[in-house]
Ligand binder design. Structure first.
Ligand code: GLU
Length: 610
């Protein structure tokens, strides 16, 4: 789930490994460790609970030297976060492993290995891998063969790297369900769970496919596919232009990423807007023909991406006039469902590695959806490679665990898609032209919206001592209220729920009192009057209202009502615009509460286990 870095080189690799881990820190993790083999075949392992900085300190106090090593940040799934559970895990003072993912049959394997005399020192599922490799190696053959035999016995998901202290010329890697890339250097090679980790040492990568097992030496990479046949995987230069770099003038990545949105949206839209028409020629001729044929849409996603899918549902049905169903990936993958004719299956994911969404995509392909399309921020990711078509969000690397610019760029892409499909299902040229002109105005409107920052920072103070909050919206702003609530709980740990405002009296009104801030998303649309009545219902029960309202919506401050005017925008893009003040609100509340904004507790950036 979290991070892996590996290196086989002639120079000391400890610093490369640590820098790699630092670059993966944004994913959230609970402990970190590394192991390096030195020139005399000695193994040096250092593990620390907490941040990579603690590991770095430990390494600087007793430096480790050696040209082959592996490192890991752990996001505990089996066994509590502790030093003894941190990776790398070792067997027989010889074999060493780092692993991302979950070994589902670890209990059976553990019992089996204990019977064989292996002693376990951790509570992790991972430790079975390293003893199993040891066990298999005792039967003879190469380390690569031992790992091949090992993986056939594993159920679950893994990205792993195995090292042998007595033969440090090679690392063996294997992937199934968790991402791994091989970074190619000159006379040295690297491994990581995300290419970002290796940018200081290389920009050239080979992406492993599901089921691949590979041997990586300083000069060669030998890959075997899931059937054990030698395969070539193309080496490519990374398409990621920006190195995420540092936080610049900003205190947190999240704030930086919120402020990057006008530019991110400009990049997303570049080349995709004609004078009055949307231009999705990036999908190729075949892709565009598939859009022509689309008469229904199924979107599957998790977390923030699910919220953007929910906005798209309103758009698909209103503008394109075709049915759009949206489902959480972890639900979709385990139920029986109906596949409509000419139905486009869309997945949304920032990382393109979200395990549940990938599994849903696999299922969709088996079940015969017309075509699959991924909307994704990471080129070369599994989802992009495994879909028939992909629309990249071009938001640039997103480091903050709580997604911001990936969400708004997903929305822009979805609106482009709705239009490209809708023009074949009844959307008029005028409607298309007005979407195009709204999208053209979007980056500038977002810039103005960001200037609300100071007012929102002040407003956030009212939340510092609160434990619960309610977000209300109607229509396509209801999912925006959901996203606002998700952001607040993710980074400030305040319990937040979102309701379609009309649902208030069907339950949540019972919660309203003086201590319950109610955040309302109130653009100037034909649901405004209805929303005003809902606000009255809250006020009448002493609730504190914080209202984000269109400048022209004639809503006024009053007793228990604080109104923050939002830049006016065409209604169709209002969900994107109103996201920004809600992001800022959760950010400033988290800062006041002193939480770890970029790496909130218990969360990881890309959820590569189910
Ligand atoms: N399941 C393994 C553990 O709990 C690996 C977790 C991870 O991917 O970080 O140790």
């Amino acid at each position: 789930m979290c991070g892996i870095v590996g290196a086989v080189a002639q120079r000391d690799v400890a610093e490369i490994l640590l820098e790699g881990l630092r670059r993966l820190e944004y994913r959230g993790y609970d402990s970190a460790g590394l192991a390096v083999v030195d020139n005399s075949d000695e193994l040096h392992r250092v593990r620390r609970i907490g941040k990579v900085a603690e590991l770095t300190d430990a390494v600087s106090q007793s430096p480790v030297h050696g040209g082959t090593g592996i490192a890991h940040t752990r996001w505990a799934t089996h066994g509590e976060p502790s030093e003894r559970n941190a990776h790398p895990h070792v067997s027989g003072d010889r074999f060493v492993v780092v692993h991302n993912g979950i070994i589902e049959n670890h209990e059976t394997l553990r019992a089996l290995l204990q019977n064989e005399g292996f002693e376990f020192t951790s509570g992790t599922d991972t430790e079975v891998i390293v003893h199993l490799v040891n066990h298999e190696q005792q039967k003879g053959g190469t380390l690569l063969e031992a790992v091949q035999r090992t993986v056939t016995q594993l159920e679950g998901a893994y990205g792993m790297v195995v090292m042998d202290r007595t033969d440090s010329d090679r690392l063996i890697v294997a992937r199934s369900g968790s991402p791994l890339v091989i970074g190619l250097g000159l006379g040295e090679n690297f491994i990581a769970s995300d290419q970002l980790a290796l940018f200081p040492v290389t920009r050239r990568f080979m992406y492993l496919e599901e089921g691949d097992v590979a041997e990586v030496t300083r000069t060669d990479v030998t890959i075997l596919d899931s059937n054990g046949h030698p395969v070539e995987r193309e080496a490519r230069d990374s398409e990621i232009e920006h190195d995420a770099g540092d936080k610049g003038q900003y205190r947190h990545y999240m704030l930086k990423e919120i402020h990057e949105q006008p530019e991110a949206l400009t990049n997303t839209l570049e080349g995709r807007l004609g004078e009055h028409q949307v231009n999705l020629s990036v999908l190729g001729k075949e892709g565009q023909e598939l859009l022509n044929r689309t008469r229904a849409v199924q979107i599957v996603a998790c977390g923030t991406s699910y919220n953007s899918a929910m906005v798209a549902r309103y758009w698909f049905e209103e503008l394109a006039g075709i049915p759009c169903r949206v489902e959480i990936a972890s639900e979709f993958r385990y139920r029986k469902f109906f596949v409509p004719e000419d139905c486009l299956f869309i997945t949304l994911s920032q990382s393109g590695e979200t395990a549940d969404t990938l599994a849903a995509l696999k299922l969709a392909k088996e079940l015969g959806y017309m075509a699959t399309l991924a909307i994704c921020n990471v080129p070369g990711s599994s989802m992009v490679r495994e879909s028939d078509m992909a629309l990249m969000t071009h938001a640039g690397a997103e480091i903050g665990v709580a997604s911001t610019k990936a969400f708004t760029t997903q929305l822009a892409n979805l609106l482009l898609l709705v239009t490209a499909v809708g023009r074949h299902t009844g959307m008029t040229a005028e409607q298309e032209a007005s979407v195009v002109s709204a999208l053209k105005a979007l980056p500038q409107i977002l810039k103005s919206t960001l200037s609300m920052s100071d007012d929102i920072e002040k407003m956030a103070e009212a939340f510092a001592d609160k434990h619960h909050s309610l977000f209300l919206g109607r229509g396509s702003q209801y999912p925006i209220a959901m996203e606002g609530a998700l952001k607040l709980k993710e980074i400030s740990y305040i319990h937040a729920e979102a309701y379609a405002a009309g649902e208030l009296k069907h339950g949540p009104l019972a919660l309203i009192d003086n201590d319950m801030p109610v955040i309302v998303v109130a653009p100037n649309n034909d649901l405004l009057e209805k929303l005003k009545s809902n606000m009255e219902e809250v006020r009448a029960r002493g609730g504190q209202l914080f209202v984000f309202a269109d400048r022209n919506a004639s809503l006024k401050n009053g007793e228990g009502v604080q109104v923050l005017p939002v830049e006016a925008s065409p209604e169709i893009i209002a969900p994107i615009v109103y996201t920004v003040p809600l992001q800022l609100l959760s950010y400033y509340v988290a800062v006041i509460k002193g939480t770890d904004v970029d790496q909130p507790r218990n969360l990881a950036k890309s959820v590569t286990v189910e």
